[in-house]
Write a protein that binds this ligand. Structure first.
Ligand SMILES: NC(=O)C1=CN([C@@H]2O[C@H](COP(=O)(O)OP(=O)(O)OC[C@H]3O[C@@H](n4cnc5c(N)ncnc54)[C@H](OP(=O)(O)O)[C@@H]3O)[C@@H](O)[C@H]2O)C=CC1
Ligand SMILES: Cc1cn([C@H]2C[C@H](O)[C@@H](COP(=O)(O)OP(=O)(O)O[C@H]3O[C@@H](C)C(=O)[C@@H](O)[C@H]3O)O2)c(=O)[nH]c1=O
Ligand SMILES: [Mg+2]
Length: 296
């Protein structure tokens, strides 16, 4: 089996290079690839790549993920997150290939306190979420066999993420202010990549498993409690940090270009039921990532 992976060097793309390797011949590209076009800012070039390589599976880990910047670059965000996934999906439909794609908790408005299921009403609050939602719709409209995994708050040992930002800021400042009224589940790129491989393997045998799934780690937290956990773990493992005051603030007191959902809880019941997979608690993966990053 031939698998084409796009966005190979992002947090998730890097882990997918590992997790997908045993499933078949893996061709992993990033936007700078020269033999085959793989820049999602150039949608017109992508169909030729799929036709030339003829993969049985296309995995798209590339995305425009700068949430605040997307507010001032909506066209580029839309091209990368919606138009190009649509082109890949069309090419997959024509080739009879599967498409594995990723989406986000930010497709929802975050009202209420309940965990959302896959068919809950979407209503993105920001450009990034809107373009990711449009990407989902383009994939469904193409008629290709697909898996769309909606995840949240992704971190990895390799790449940039909130946990690493908190470690850096805690080394530089005595006081941090962190939002405590946005609730969600930090999800490791390693876990998501492993889920992806297991789900793909089953879906290839059971095409009726195609569809959209919420794929996040177990448990829930706020950005503030997540930050505190990361900083306390670092201290407990001998790292000296400046920050003594990790202040909890409401979203209204922390100005950002993009508005973010308050309730990012996603129910993984469907994933667990259809694929029989277990979602470990978020702290297990975060602690493992910290041990790797901080060398303890
Ligand atoms: N990060 C998060 O918190 C969350 C992410 N997701 C989704 O999960 C998926 C993976 O995200 P994650 O790995 O964390 O994101 P990263 O930002 O770590 O990686 C995104 C990758 O996409 C690449 N990329 C950006 N623009 C283009 C382009 N024009 N052409 C080709 N590649 C491009 C980047 O390349 P380069 O390095 O060259 O810029 C980077 O390698 C995405 O679909 C994202 O929307 C969902 C929920 C949360
Ligand atoms: C740096 C910083 C952020 N925050 C807040 C802002 C924001 O609400 C939250 C997280 O900050 P980030 O910049 O990591 O947030 P953000 O980039 O919006 O994270 C999101 O990325 C996209 C790609 C997704 O799909 C989402 O699931 C989610 O992970 O913490 C603070 O409260 N204090 C701080 O010092
Ligand atoms: Mg971010």
């Amino acid at each position: 089996m031939k698998i084409l992976l796009l966005g190979k060097n992002g947090q998730l793309g890097w882990e997918l290079q590992r997790a997908l390797a045993p499933l078949g011949e893996l061709i992993a590209l990033d936007r700078h690839a020269t033999d085959f076009a793989a820049d999602l800012a150039q949608p017109d070039s992508l169909a030729a790549t799929v036709r030339a390589l003829q993969p049985q599976v296309i995995v798209n880990a590339a995305a425009y993920t700068a949430v605040d910047k997307a507010e001032s670059e909506p066209e580029l965000a839309r091209t990368v997150n919606a138009t190009s996934p649509g082109v890949l999906a069309q090419a997959a439909a024509e080739a009879g290939a599967w498409l594995l794609h990723y989406s986000t908790d930010y497709v929802f408005d975050g009202s209420g306190t309940a965990a959302r299921s896959e068919d809950a009403a979407t209503a993105p609050l920001n450009v990034y979420g809107q373009t990711k939602l449009e990407g989902e719709a383009a994939i469904r409209a193409s008629g290709c066999r697909h898996l769309i995994l909606r995840t949240s708050w992704v971190y990895a040992a390799r790449g940039g993420n909130f946990a690493k930002t908190m470690l850096r800021l805690a080394g530089e400042r005595e006081r941090l202010t962190v939002i405590d009224d946005q609730i969600g589940a930090p999800t490791g790129a390693d876990l998501l990549a492993d889920l992806s491989a297991h789900m793909l393997r089953q879906a290839l045998q059971q095409p009726e498993c195609a569809g959209t799934y919420h794929a996040v780690a177990g448990g829930e937290t706020s950005w503030h409690a997540y930050a505190r956990h990361v900083i306390e773990w670092a201290r407990a493992h001998g790292h000296e940090l400046k920050a003594t005051d990790i202040a909890a603030v409401p979203s209204s007191a922390f100005a950002t270009a993009a508005q973010r959902p308050l309730n990012s809880r996603l129910s993984t019941a469907r994933l667990q039921q259809v694929f029989g997979l277990h979602l470990p608690h978020w702290q297990t993966g975060v602690d493992r990532m910290l041990a790797e990053v901080l060398g303890r």
